[in-house]
Design a protein around this ligand. Structure first.
Ligand code: SAJ
Length: 433
């Protein structure tokens, strides 16, 4: 099937929508980026970006300058529409697909025969069909693809994004894509669009399987991180170094344990598994337990930090509180993204308990985030200054800067390494003896 797209609209100019818009625009299409936030729209129209992602700003600036990308707050007629809006969860971990529905409604009003609509947002199983129903109700003049009929006026497919923040521009091109059409012809049509820039394989399936594939990928990672996190708690109780343990176990040819940490952050892995739990609560036992294990990890880390503080021996609250250096605030290494970061949660909770002076080091930010900024017992310091003052050192994020700290600088301080930043290899040491 040949691609016959000239103009496309991307609804939602966030972490996925904006890079995708830049990619299509860079490959010759006329692209309209649509967002309800006027500040974002204005910024993009100036060739600037509102998120941090390597290589993105150059690309956006180039395609805005050559007229291939422009942003707007209104959806307009196009050959294809891609929805990349947030799908957060509400109270009780119930998925909130209201942004998808609103996007579908706005698209429905401008739809024409021959159009293609793709949903990329991580969504509960059945959302693409639901979206099709929303549009069908608004446009009785058009034939929509139900599961059974094959001569629809509009093609509809689900195609999840799967890029890793920080590597988005590379992964958008090189990752394989799963494309789930409501009908086979919808998948095939969507494939011709993605093939304009995707070098990975485009794998075709139905919309429900594609939706479940995305949820499965992130749940797989969550369950495996939970296994590592549970091991770290077990090992602590048994007096075993979990990093040493994992290093050894991973020498088995079929074992690949992930890394324990202070908890699971970001906006995907800590959210998406709940969509499976919500749809099949009786069956999704392991997935739910894994979520709970990971969500409880920050509290466990806090209890270990308090234990380390006690060891320093300074009484709490008499004016000479112990000084605790907290290394890292972002949700993972070498990025500046603080969203849902367990490190932020830990520092915030410690600040509210007022048991120590917190010396925060985060080389990727200039000011402390809301909730920490202005707290009398929290300061943002350079690594050097924090290490000089601190009696307790807590490793919360494995930034490269922290891995390079010389061992002698840390000597004599109470330590809590929640990320395995400074691994002690007993086996290696024994071999060296
Ligand atoms: N983490 C650990 N231990 C590990 C690996 C990760 O504690 O061994 C923690 C990280 O520190 C972080 C969290 O998990 O707090 C999530 O980080 P991540 O690197 O695993 O994933 P994200 O959220 O940056 O991106 C994920 C990716 N999904 C998978 O790897 C299956 C990405 O490909 C998806 O596109 C993205 O979610 C998304 O948007 O859904």
């Amino acid at each position: 099937m040949e691609s016959n797209f000239r103009k496309i609209s991307i609804i939602g100019l966030g972490y996925i929508g904006l890079p995708t818009a830049a990619m299509f625009a860079g490959n010759g299409l006329e692209v309209v980026g649509v967002d309800i936030n006027k500040t974002i729209v204005d910024k993009v129209n100036r060739g600037e970006i509102h998120i941090v992602e390597p290589e993105l700003e150059e690309r956006v600036s180039e395609v805005v300058q050559n007229g291939k990308l422009r942003a707007s707050t209104k959806v307009e007629q196009s050959d294809a529409f891609i929805i990349a809006v947030p799908t957060p969860f509400k109270e009780n971990h119930k998925p909130d697909v209201s942004f998808v529905e609103a996007a579908a409604q706005s698209i429905a009003s401008v739809l024409r025969p021959g159009n293609l609509v793709i949903l990329e947002s991580t969504s509960p199983v059945g959302t693409t069909l639901r979206m099709a129903r929303v549009m069908a109700e608004m446009r009785p003049d058009l034939k929509f693809p139900a599961e059974a009929n094959s001569d629809a006026d509009v093609h509809i497919a689900y195609c999840p994004e799967r890029v890793l923040p920080g590597k988005t521009m590379h992964e958008l091109v090189h990752n394989d894509r799963v494309i789930g059409g409501i009908q086979k012809c919808c998948s095939e049509r969507a494939k011709t669009l993605y093939e304009l820039f995707v070098k990975g394989e485009c794998l075709l399936t139905d919309s429900k399987t594609a939706e479940m594939t995305k949820l499965t990928e992130n749940s797989y990672r969550d369950v495996n991180i939970a296994f590592a996190n549970e091991l770290s708690i077990i090992c602590d109780k048994l007096g075993i170094d979990v990093w040493e343990l994992i290093h050894l176990a991973n020498h088995h040819p079929r074992v690949k344990i992930l890394n324990p940490g202070p908890g699971v952050g970001g906006h995907c892995i800590a959210v998406d598994p709940w969509f499976i739990v919500d749809s099949t609560p009786e069956e999704a036992k392991l997935i739910k337990t894994a979520r709970e294990v990971n969500d409880l990890k920050p509290e466990w880390v806090i209890s270990k930090i308090e234990e380390a503080i006690r060891k320093v021996g300074k009484p709490f609250g008499n004016g000479s509180k112990p000084k605790v250096a907290c290394l890292g605030l972002s949700f993972k290494a070498n990025i500046d993204d603080l969203r849902e970061s367990p490190a932020v949660e830990i520092v915030r909770e410690l600040a509210s308990r007022d048991c120590c002076d917190l010396l925060v080091v985060e080389p990727h930010i200039n000011t402390l985030p809301k909730g920490l900024n202005g707290c009398a017992n929290v300061r943002l310091l350079s690594l050097r200054d924090a290490l000089q003052e601190a009696e307790v050192v807590v490793g919360l994020v494995d930034h490269d800067e922290f891995k390079a700290i010389p061992a002698q600088v840390l000597r004599g301080k109470a330590m809590l390494d929640a990320r395995g930043i400074w691994p002690i290899r007993k086996t290696q040491a024994a071999m060296a003896d």
